[in-house]
Design a protein around this ligand. Structure first.
Ligand SMILES: Nc1ncnc2c1ncn2[C@@H]1O[C@H](COP(=O)(O)OP(=O)(O)OP(=O)(O)O)[C@@H](O)[C@H]1O
Length: 569
């Protein structure tokens, strides 16, 4: 009772009383992104913003930062406790987002495979240096983080001291200690994400907004991160508001939730909001299509055969004596903690990794499609292996003129820019026959129909069923790729991976950025017409239920632990 009375009087952290949220630059009369938002967060409460509509959850968090227009503007701003402080908003509130967002529109593809080779001079900045840019080298910041009795430390301002102390504590708790002096570019996805959270926390903002902090983190790191966030939040230093996907577990210390769906925001206490959340079908997101079982695969042709494959960077031994065969029709779940070598392993089998050439007899072997890796030109491998990955998403060229149709069609040759008449590519011989051109064009339409907006109810993206269907598929095909929302870009890149019916498909964090309806549509498509039974698939995910196939479908697991691989059947 006492606690309740205290909460009722406690100051506002967030206050948006009945307002609409718009994008800046939207014309007068435009539909709001969020309508009639009525949201109050009081000191002492712990909130999660849960949702998956394209950009809606993120829009609510962005509105707090002033990156969206709130109308009418809340008196005192959406974060009233901050208006009492002299601190600029950019220092007081940080948003760290792991939700897929459309990248800046740039024309050129950048070569993400550079990470696997020798590190370029401009990429030498280490994790430690990136957090302490004022320090020119490793030694100059060592006193702040290891030797508390050092004289230099006494000269430091308390702020820098606190940063150093937090850096030390956080890198330890989030398992980054052994990576501090590695160039940033060499860190794995999950390691990079943890480093971004550390960077935000050492800056000591008043409020930290974390959008989808669990995405891409391995299952051991998740509880460590959540308990760390809880302890920071409990001491108001900083207050933490988390954005979560519908399918994410809600941490037990969350007391209140804002559920964002279809342009509306419902808010309330945990128990009542969990009931609402369940009625929003959250379980269905990850089980779409589960009833259908696949007939058994032919499992005769060996597509990939690795024997004693090793990858080393000087003293760092990332993959150790890997033995793994992938056969036609296989469904694999590739598992492993952050930094265990999953991306590295995939880059070896796509031929992107320079060390894929050095796996040779008598010690090792890497056979791809029945022949040693060195006998394949890398572009030929790209045409035979369909890939979706966070690296590809980030590197994708976003020139204004590439349409959805052209982006999908690049998948035939595995390139990154449209080539040949109508962007259908030029094939391995440099020219396409008439029949190949016709097949490719039909196939682009088939995939866009199979995964287009009408399959996930993307009304905003121009989907109309019935009479307008053909037109809407055509309209979608003509849209500029770069102008699409992040989740739609992800689904287009999935179409690209599937369009050429490659023998091997690699789906690395395939659901990133997609909303629940897209995930359901894409899962159903992958389990249905999207794949032939002789195509092999490797799914990389930290969440078992994100794999579209279950044990009943014959899915097998390849687990990497500290660079060693084991098949779990
Ligand atoms: N050039 C390099 N020099 C040294 N270490 C490197 C280099 N490139 C990668 N590594 C290390 O190799 C390890 C494996 O990285 P990889 O990206 O394959 O991990 P992952 O299993 O895909 O992780 P995540 O789940 O976080 O995506 C990491 O610890 C990474 O720091």
């Amino acid at each position: 009772m006492v606690a309740r009375r205290w909460l009722a009087r406690s100051p506002f952290v967030v206050r948006i009383p009945n307002a609409n949220v718009y994008r800046f630059g939207d014309p007068d009369g435009a539909r709001p992104v969020l309508t009639a938002v009525d949201w109050t967060v009081r000191e002492g409460e712990s909130w999660a913003v849960v949702g998956s509509g394209v950009g809606e959850k993120t829009a609510l968090l962005e509105a707090l930062l002033g990156n969206m227009r709130i109308s009418p503007p809340p008196p005192g701003g959406p974060l009233p406790s901050l208006s009492l402080k002299p601190r600029p908003i950019n220092d007081a509130v940080f948003l760290v987002s792991f939700a897929q967002r459309p990248r800046a529109s740039v024309g050129a593809f950048y070569d993400y495979t550079a990470r696997y080779g020798a590190v370029r001079d401009e990429d030498r900045v280490t994790l430690r240096q990136s957090m302490f840019p004022e320090a020119s080298d490793r030694d100059s910041i060592m006193p702040f983080i290891v030797d508390s009795s050092c004289h230099q430390r006494q000269d430091m301002s308390s702020k820098v001291e606190e940063r150093a102390r937090r850096f030390d504590e956080l890198t330890d708790k989030l398992g980054l200690k052994h990576l501090l002096d590695l160039p940033l570019v060499t860190l794995s996805n999950g390691q990079t994400r943890r480093a971004r959270i550390v960077k935000a926390l050492i800056e000591q903002p008043d409020i930290l907004l974390l959008d989808e902090p669990l995405t891409g983190l391995d299952f051991k790191t998740r509880p460590a991160l959540l308990s760390l966030l809880h302890s920071f939040h409990a001491s108001n230093n900083p207050r933490v508001i988390m954005g979560l996907r519908l399918q994410d577990p809600i941490p037990e210390w969350i007391t209140h939730m804002a559920l964002v769906h279809d342009g509306q925001v419902e808010t309330g206490e945990r128990t009542s909001m969990l009931e609402k959340l369940n009625s929003h079908n959250r379980g269905a997101v990850l089980t779409a299509g589960a009833a259908r079982t696949r007939s058994s695969s032919p499992n005769t042709v060996i597509l990939v055969d690795m024997q004693n494959v090793n990858v080393r960077y000087h003293e760092r031994h990332v993959l150790r004596d890997i033995n793994w065969s992938i056969r036609a029709g296989d469904r694999w779940h590739l598992q492993g903690a952050n930094g265990s070598g999953k991306t590295t392993l995939l880059s070896v089998l796509t031929g992107d990794h320079p060390q894929s050439y050095t796996q040779r007899a008598p010690k090792a072997a890497l056979m791809l499609f029945g022949a040693p890796r060195r006998t394949h030109a890398t572009p030929h491998l790209r045409a035979r292996i369909g890939v979706v990955s966070p690296e590809l998403y980030n590197a994708w060229p976003r020139g204004r003129d590439m349409t959805v149709w052209e982006a999908v069609a690049t998948g035939f040759d595995g390139g990154f820019v449209p080539l040949g008449p109508r962007g259908l590519g030029v094939g391995l011989q440099g020219e396409l026959s008439e029949s190949e051109r016709t097949w490719r064009a039909d196939r682009v339409w088939e995939v866009i129909r199979g995964l287009g907006p009408h399959t996930w109810g993307g009304a905003e993206q121009g989907a109309e069923v019935d009479a307008g269907e053909v037109e809407s598929v055509k309209g979608f095909a003509e849209r500029p790729f770069a102008a699409l929302p992040a989740g739609v870009q992800s689904i287009v890149l999935l179409m690209r991976a599937l369009v050429g019916r490659p023998s091997l498909v690699l789906l690395d964090e395939v659901w990133s950025g997609m909303d629940d309806r897209m995930i359901q549509a894409a899962r159903a498509y992958l389990r249905g017409d999207g794949l032939r039974k002789e195509q092999a698939v490797v799914v990389v995910s930290h969440w078992e239920d994100e794999v579209p196939w279950g044990i009943e479908d014959g899915v097998k697991t390849f687990r990497l632990e500290e660079g060693e691989g084991t098949v779990l059947e």
